[in-house]
Structure formats: structure tokens, C-alpha cells
Design a protein around this ligand. Structure first.
Ligand code: SF4
Ligand code: FE
Length: 497
């Protein structure tokens, strides 16, 4: 079963005994809940498209471990072309769902853990890489969705993990046994956690001696004993609980989600441990995972941006404003910004390089530039979409009013745009813009663009580190004919006089 169908995926995830709390209740069938279901549909799309002959090239790859065809979300990148295809696949899925399809965190974690475990074993003669290779074969054979989990709650940001007043604010090992470890803590903002078969845990920051219990990486099933999740709220989420709201939702079928995943003394067997106390490798794992996920945003956000640009263009058309030069110019600007993000995603992929383990890593500087732009451009694209849409996107009455026997005809009459377009079409497009810029999907398109894969400052630190200023200073010196040796000689002579 190297490639599951969409139906098999849904069935397989429903079989798990996942514990999810939403609005203070432990849900009986979380995946049928109207607030959660759209996010499951988005992940299901990653399975559906893998069977579409037109998308096959982007959606699948050949595993170097098993020689079998696997979903690209389970693939270890073998060359820069794989990295480019990954970004193209993410753009495609963003276009199809207009939401976060969640499965990338696992793919990015696979590639980071694969190359880092190789380096740890080389330094310490451990068996982590072999453990991880076996785990990857299991993931690929069963076509699993895995939550690549990095972010700890972090408590006081000024203190290291071992210096926190509450020792559980970074996930940690609380017991070491001959057959494995017991872990306690939590991972926050976990994208797709409820729709994942497994969690693959990584540390959240670089660590120092003293933090050994916190330098830990492992995999466990989502329904392992001791794990439960608390589902994150989204703006306008309870609209999904109302009746007759398919127009009001803007995007009825797809969505994304995040959750707090709590590990209340969870046992991890030895064969699923990939880092256990080697503090100096925590930083490498974080940097590599973050690099991949910063690349990812140059695909997924661009795909969602395509939908938003299309919706803005339709809104302009339905308003009768499509020919206005300022509207055309705003759409050009939106396209320019969106394609710039794509350029960054493609560039950091094309410049990818082989790690010692053999899988390919993106160019770190360019991936950080990509994500830094993502912290800004979607906001500007959203601003322009709101500008073009007009105020009606936030003042429009509900679907029930439009369908009402008495007031419905008034809504129909007073909210009509150009003649040949039904009022309902105009409503639907405006609600989609609302969903993407202010509603449930705004989590993924706006705030996640800011903080997902690391907040802007995290990229600036990496840009400072990777920017190679000394090399650039030398370039300038050569052109300006600044010869440092002769300058210091002249200065010394002047002092003697
Ligand atoms: Fe994938 Fe984008 Fe969602 Fe991250 S935000 S999981 S890259 S779709
Ligand atoms: Fe993300």
C-alpha cells in the first residue's frame, strides 16, 4: 500500500484512538466534527492528487530506500529537481485547497532528521540513522501523514530549557529505561496534528550542556498512551456549526488547523529514538527543519495567493470595475509579490546541495530570504484584495437573509453588481476573500506567514549568519583598490614621524 487513496487515508485516520478536546469537550469522532472535517479534506487532497495522472510527476517520487513509488510527502529529496518539484507540488495544493494542507511539516522533518542522525552517528557511533531509515521505510510503505513537531511552549523566552521554573515547558526525557525513554511536555501550534498518523518530535532551539534531557527526537503514533490534543480556535470557526451557511463560509470544503499536543509521560521505544542527549546536534536539526519549512512557504502560500488574486479579479469584474486602471495595477502588484515568493522558493531549491547522508538540503540563505518575504508580502496581497473587494466583504448580510422570502429579494436587488452576474456569485467571491483575509483560512495565509517556520527575527539571525559580509567587503576592497597591508604600513610611518 505504498500509495493510499483519499478514502483509505480517511478510513485509516478514523481508526486511530485520537484524543482531541474542542470547546472543553473530548470529541467522540473528531474527524466528523464540522470544524475539523475541512482540515481533514485538505490532507486527503494530498492522497487524491497522487492518483491523478496529470499530477503524478509532482505528487509522487521513487524512494531510494525501497525502490517503490511513494507520495512525495514521504520522500527524501535526492537532487535539486526533487526540491523544485516539492515547491511546485505545494503551490498546486494551495491552489486546490486555498488552505493549509498540513502534510509538509512531516516531509520537512523527515529530511532534516535523516541528514542530522547521519551526522550524530558519525560523531558518536550511535544507531539513530539506522533507526530512522527503518522508520522511513515504515512511513513510506504505509503512506503515512506525520506531524513534524518542533515548537515547545517555551515559557520565559529569556531562559534556557533547563533553567525554566516549570521544567516541562520544553518537552523532555523524564525517565531513561533499558527499552526506551519516557517523555513529558507539549508541542504548541501543531499543524495538522489531529489528521496525522504519527508525531515526529524535534527540539525547538539550539541547546547547551545542561540541556541533555531536552535534546530529544523521536516518533510515536498519534494515539499513543499519554498523548492528547487541544484544538486551536480560528476566527469565525463557529460559522461552521450553523445551518445553511455554505455561502457564508467562503470555503466550505477545505481548511487547516493547529493544536496543542500534550505528552503526559509517553513511552518511546529505543528503535524510535533519533536524538537523546547529544545537545550540540539540536541546533543542526532546528536549522535544517526550519530551512526546509521556509522553502515550503514559497510554494503553499503562493498557491493560496493565486486563489486570492483570482478572487480579487472576479470581485472587480462583478463590481464592473475590472477596466479601471488602478484595479489593473493592483492586480499586477499582487501578481508581482506572489511570483516573487515563488522565485524565492524555486531559487533556494535549485541551489540545493547534497548532505553527507545523501539527501538534498535547500540553500539556507535563500530559504530564509524566502520566508522573510513571506512575513510581508501576503499581508500586502491581502490588503490589495480588500481594497479591490470593497467594504461589502465585511458588511454583507448572511445567506439566510438572501434566501428569506421577504427580505431576500431586497438583498438580491441592492447587492447586485453588473447585470449578467447573479448576486449570489458576487457574495460567494466576497466571502472567499473574507475567509482568506479575516476568517478561518487567515490563520494560514496571514499570521502563519508571520510566525510559521519561525518569526521574522529568526530569519534575520540566519540571514546575518549566512550573508557572508567579509567576502563582500573583500569584493569592494578589490574594486576600490584598497590594499590593507600598504594602508597599515603608511599609517605606521605617519605615527613615527
Ligand atoms: Fe504545508 Fe504551508 Fe501548511 Fe506549512 S503552512 S504545512 S508548508 S501548507
Ligand atoms: Fe506552517
Amino acid at each position: 500500500m505504498a500509495l493510499m487513496t483519499k478514502e483509505q487515508y480517511i478510513e485509516s485516520i478514523k481508526k486511530l484512538d485520537i484524543k482531541v478536546y474542542l470547546f472543553g469537550e473530548l470529541l467522540e469522532n473528531p474527524h466528523d466534527h464540522p470544524i475539523i472535517r475541512p482540515s481533514l479534506n485538505s490532507v486527503a487532497m494530498t492522497y487524491e492528487l497522487a492518483h491523478d495522472p496529470e499530477c503524478e510527476d509532482l505528487m509522487t517520487a521513487t524512494s531510494h530506500l525501497t525502490g517503490e513509488k511513494v507520495n512525495r510527502f514521504c520522500h527524501l529529496h535526492q537532487n535539486p529537481e526533487d526540491l523544485v518539484k516539492k515547491v511546485k507540488m505545494q503551490r498546486l495544493l494551495g491552489q486546490k485547497t486555498a488552505a493549509c494542507f498540513q502534510r509538509c511539516v512531516g516531509m520537512d522533518a523527515f529530511n532534516a532528521v535523516y541528514s542530522t542522525t547521519y551526522e550524530i552517528d558519525k560523531a558518536y557511533g550511535k544507531n539513530y540513522h539506522e533507526n530512522f531509515k527503518k522508520y522511513m521505510e515504515y512511513v513510506q510503505k504505509n503512506d503515512l501523514t506525520v506531524d513534524g513537531a518542533m515548537t515547545d511552549p517555551k515559557g520565559n523566552r529569556g531562559l534556557s530549557p533547563s533553567k525554566q521554573e516549570d521544567p516541562d515547558l520544553f518537552l523532555r526525557v523524564v525517565e531513561r529505561r533499558p527499552d526506551g525513554i519516557v517523555v513529558r511536555g507539549a508541542k504548541a501550534h501543531q499543524t495538522g496534528a489531529v489528521n496525522s498518523h504519527e508525531h515526529l518530535i524535534m527540539p525547538t532551539i539550539a541547546m547547551k550542556p545542561g540541556d541533555e534531557d531536552y535534546a530529544v527526537s523521536f516518533a510515536v503514533p498519534t494515539d499513543a498512551e499519554g498523548i492528547f490534543m487541544i484544538y486551536g480556535r480560528q476566527s469565525c470557526d463557529t460559522r461552521k456549526l450553523e445551518e445553511d451557511v455554505d455561502i457564508d463560509l467562503g470555503n466550505t470544503e477545505f481548511g487547516g488547523h493547529e493544536a496543542l499536543v500534550v505528552f503526559d509521560d509517553v513511552f518511546v521505544p529505543n528503535e524510535r529514538i533519533f536524538l537523546n542527549g547529544e545537545v550540540e546536534f539540536a541546533g543542526m536539526l532546528v536549522e535544517r527543519f526550519a530551512g526546509y519549512h521556509r522553502q515550503s512557504y514559497g510554494g503553499c502560500k503562493v498557491g493560496v495567493g493565486d486563489v486570492l488574486i483570482g478572487a480579487a479579479a472576479l470581485a472587480a469584474e462583478y463590481n464592473g470595475a475590472a477596466k479601471a486602471s488602478h484595479v489593473k495595477d493592483k492586480l499586477i502588484e499582487m501578481t508581482h509579490l506572489n511570483e516573487t515568493l515563488y522565485c524565492c522558493g524555486i531559487a533556494c531549491s535549485s541551489e540545493g546541495y547534497a548532505t553527507d547522508a545523501g539527501n538534498y538540503q535547500i540553500d539556507l540563505l535563500l530559504a530564509n530570504i524566502c520566508k522573510q518575504n513571506v512575513t510581508r508580502f501576503p499581508y500586502e496581497i491581502a490588503r490589495l484584495a480588500e481594497d479591490i473587494a470593497g467594504g461589502l466583504m465585511v458588511t454583507m448580510p448572511s445567506q439566510k437573509d438572501f434566501k428569506h422570502p421577504v427580505i431576500g429579494p431586497y438583498c438580491e436587488k441592492y447587492f447586485k453588481g453588473i447585470d449578467n452576474v447573479p448576486t449570489e456569485h458576487r457574495m460567494r467571491v466576497l466571502r472567499l476573500i473574507e475567509n482568506l483575509t479575516l476568517g478561518t483560512a487567515a490563520v494560514g495565509y496571514r499570521t502563519e506567514s508571520m510566525h510559521g517556520a519561525g518569526s521574522p527575527q529568526a530569519q534575520r539571525i540566519m540571514i546575518a549568519r549566512q550573508g557572508n559580509l567579509e567576502f563582500k567587503k573583500d569584493l569592494a576592497k578589490r574594486i576600490a583598490k584598497v590594499d590593507e597591508a600598504s594602508i597599515s604600513e603608511r599609517q605606521a610611518a605617519a605615527t613615527i614621524k
